[in-house]
Design a binder for this molecule. Structure first.
Ligand code: ADE
Ligand code: ZN
Length: 345
């Protein structure tokens, strides 16, 4: 029997997300509960309105790390993963990759394998309940340095798991040069993982250029500041590099004054493979459904354009071909329904 909630989800625009940090999905209320569970007082991280308390990128990273310290057990990882994907499935998500920085749980004494197994079990359980497919991108943190990046890549390579499909780099992009992390990315590439790195978020187009020249990535996290360099935009188009664009995050961190001023439309119109994601949803008062909505409304994208965003995400996902084809089949069906709806107007 098809339940009402499944019918509702099936009638929503199918959404896919490639850029979301698992630790960054934890809403303040859940963070406080996790803190309470482990005897950590996280109240100073949350303001009177129940929002995370930060004013600039440095404070954001600080609050993010402090909050992540409350995610300590396999049960915690299961809970935050299941919570996120249940909420997103109800909003129409069909596919979501999350960045996982294993050192948070490992610092609390969890083994890498236990942590990954807890996340993957939650993903499999929520897929069985809702149909949303989820996968993991193991992520090093740039400002923790090159050795940490190589250790993280070694872990991903040594303990393969069918749900661990990629390797990425987040953190402060002003620290070091992308070439410093070439070995970490080579280890991950040899292990058959898909590759992505944050660049062109707080630093300019030169950061994107250095990243694509030094690291064999097929995707860039953010990359929006590439728009400041026309030759670089052409190069992204030529190489077919996908941008994981997170407009709400960019606005919250002060890159652009409004969604109308965001370069998502210009990048798309130049032929860059643009996709949409929420980055750290509760930190930026957003989620991927909200990202789709605000981009559609502010930039006049039509339903076919929005389905195109999801199609590009599935095409750029670090997925095996059978799962990719299955998800593309779901999109073809949504496309036929949308075309039929337009025909009736
Ligand atoms: N880690 C979590 N969110 C991030 C962001 N927006 N940029 C860099 N590192 C991050
Ligand atoms: Zn990010």
């Amino acid at each position: 029997m098809i339940k009402d909630k499944d019918k509702a989800a099936a009638s929503l625009l199918p959404l896919a997300e490639l850029h979301c940090h698992l630790e960054g999905t934890v809403a303040p209320e859940l963070a406080l509960r996790l803190g309470h569970r482990h005897g950590l007082d996280l109240a100073p991280l949350v303001d009177a309105d129940g929002c995370y308390r930060w004013r600039d990128f440095a404070e954001f990273l600080h609050v993010y790390d402090a909050m992540s310290a409350a995610i300590r057990t396999a049960e915690d990882y299961y809970e935050i993963t299941a919570d996120y994907y249940r909420r997103m499935a109800a909003k129409g998500m069909i596919y979501g990759e999350v960045f996982v920085s294993p050192e948070h749980g490992m610092r609390a004494g969890l083994s890498y394998s236990t942590l990954i197994e807890a996340i993957a079990t939650a993903m499999a359980d929520v897929e069985a309940e809702t149909g949303v497919v989820a996968r993991i991108v193991i992520t090093c943190v740039r400002h923790f340095g090159r050795e940490h990046a190589e250790e993280t890549a070694h872990l991903a390579a040594q303990f393969p798991h069918p749900y661990v499909v990629g390797f990425g780099m987040a953190g402060d992009e002003s620290m070091g040069a992308p070439a410093d992390y070439a070995r970490a990315f080579a280890i991950a590439a040899d292990a058959g993982l898909g590759l992505t790195a944050h660049a062109g978020e707080l630093c300019g187009p030169e950061s994107v250029r250095a990243t694509i020249e030094s690291l064999p990535v097929s995707r860039i996290g953010h990359g929006v500041r590439a728009i400041e360099d026309a030759e670089l935009v052409a190069e992204l188009v030529d190489r077919g590099i996908t941008l994981e664009v997170c407009p709400g995050s960019n606005l919250a961190l002060g890159l652009y004054p409004s969604i109308a001023a965001h370069p998502v439309r210009r990048l798309h119109d130049a032929g860059v493979r643009v996709t949409l994601s929420a980055d750290d949803p509760p930190f930026f008062d957003t989620d991927v459904a909200r990202e789709y909505e605000q981009v559609r409304d502010a930039h006049g994208f039509d339903p076919a354009d929005m389905l195109g965003m999801t199609r590009r995400s599935i095409e750029a996902a670090f997925l095996d071909s059978a799962t990719r084809d299955r998800l593309l089949g779901r999109l073809d069906k949504a496309d036929r329904i949308e075309t039929g709806r337009r025909g009736m107007l």
